[in-house]
Design a protein around this ligand. Structure first.
Ligand SMILES: [Zn+2]
Length: 391
């Protein structure tokens, strides 16, 4: 089958430097049609033309090629009573292909799944990481191969959410806890398996998952992932924000406890050493291990107060970010028993207190609706986006 190989599907571009070639326009139109079918379900060619603004001829031509690729099926004549002649419906064959999704964020094990194109998990597996460096890459390749082999339909691609800094081409610039530095992970795994592979930072996959499957809004969405570490992924004006050196969203290592310059950080105690080599980072107070240590042995009221103190500090960190980017939603992904309560309430109150009403009066600060599935859903979106232009 012919699939778009561009990895630019997440973004819109200002100041384009090269002219749009006919094949790019065609790939773009093809993804518009797929996007419509993905989100709206079966429709007629006339509906597709209306929704996309493409001509009937262009739509018919694209649909024919998508039917030839096996991605779209003719579903017969619409039976509901409408004026005019009955229309033939076409729909995405969500069950005809599989996506392999892998989440590497957990320090203990790799988690993976085989999904259909609608994001439904049909097979789930996990395996230990193996050692760091090349041995870790080898273990990942073997794990991905086992998932590809478990798929009962052709595999559209493999999506991998990795910790660390990952560029738009799937090269891991640095993932210290995996021992990966400048590893072209997408190319290495892709060459070994013979299928397209897309790799992105795990917080970036989380925000793509929230956007596509979690009901997130694309105008200004941040997902804050809280686990062993703390990271964030941002979608702004419909595009994933990568940043100058692909490290956008790394707010886990912003200093929040600074004993030399104590602006109300006293309730959080001393500045603790961080995995990054510095002290007092957001991660040292907000990571799951840090939160568990903070509430250990406290009664309910004490634990609530301790979580609220961390939440207030989080809100102070978020306020300038929410203001600078004019976000509409901040989504927390992590254990609800720690995050969803006094911590979330105090964070939202602090953001509201420190920003203009036009910025924050309708800001939503909520828990993810995807639960544990968020990371895998996001890794699947890497493939939907990279191969079909669908998010
Ligand atoms: Zn740090």
């Amino acid at each position: 089958m012919t699939t778009a190989t561009t990895r630019q599907g997440w973004g819109t571009t200002l100041r384009p430097r090269a002219k749009v070639l006919p094949e790019h326009a065609r790939a773009h139109h093809r993804s518009m049609v797929l996007q419509q079918l993905f989100h709206e379900g079966p429709v007629s060619r006339a509906d597709l033309a209306r929704a996309t603004g493409l001509t009937r001829v262009t739509v018919s031509d694209l649909v024919s090629s998508l039917v030839a690729d096996g991605l779209v099926a003719e579903l017969g004549v619409r039976t509901e009573g409408r004026v005019g002649k009955p229309a033939n419906l076409v729909g995405l064959r969500t069950d005809a292909f599989r996506i392999v999704a892998v989440d590497l964020a957990d320090d203990e094990r790799m988690h993976g799944a085989v999904l259909d194109l609608a994001g439904q998990v049909v097979e789930r597996r996990s395996a230990p990481h193996g050692s760091t460096g090349q041995a870790g890459v080898d273990a990942l390749v073997a794990f991905c191969r086992s998932l590809v082999e478990a798929a009962t339909e052709p595999v559209l691609g493999v999506g991998i959410g990795s910790p660390g800094v990952v560029d738009g081409g799937g090269r891991v610039a640095q993932a210290p806890n995996r021992g990966w530095y400048d590893v072209p992970l997408a190319d290495v795994v892709g060459a070994a398996l013979g299928v397209p592979v897309h790799v992105a930072n795990d917080a970036n996959t989380a925000v793509l998952g929230e956007l596509t499957f979690g009901g997130g809004e694309g105008s200004g969405l941040m997902v804050l992932t809280v686990g062993e570490g703390v990271g964030a992924g941002i979608v702004l004006d419909g595009a994933l924000v990568q940043g100058h050196r692909d490290a956008a969203g790394e707010i886990g290592h912003v200093t929040v406890v600074d004993e030399r310059d104590d602006h109300g950080t006293a309730p959080l105690g001393r500045a603790l050493p961080c995995a990054c080599g510095r002290t007092g980072c957001l991660e040292t107070v907000l990571s799951v291990p840090a939160l568990r240590r903070r509430v250990a042995g406290l009664d309910r009221a004490g634990a609530d107060a301790a979580l609220a103190a961390v939440g207030r500090r989080l809100g102070i960190v978020l306020a300038p970010v929410v203001s600078a980017l004019n976000l509409s939603e901040v989504v927390l992904s992590g254990p609800a028993e720690l995050l969803d309560g006094p911590l979330r309430d105090a964070a939202l109150a602090a953001v509201r207190e420190r920003t203009m009403p036009v910025i924050s009066d309708d800001l939503s600060l909520r828990m993810t609706s995807l639960g544990e599935e968020g990371a895998l859903a996001g890794a699947a979106v890497l493939v939907l986006s990279g191969q079909l232009g669908v998010t």
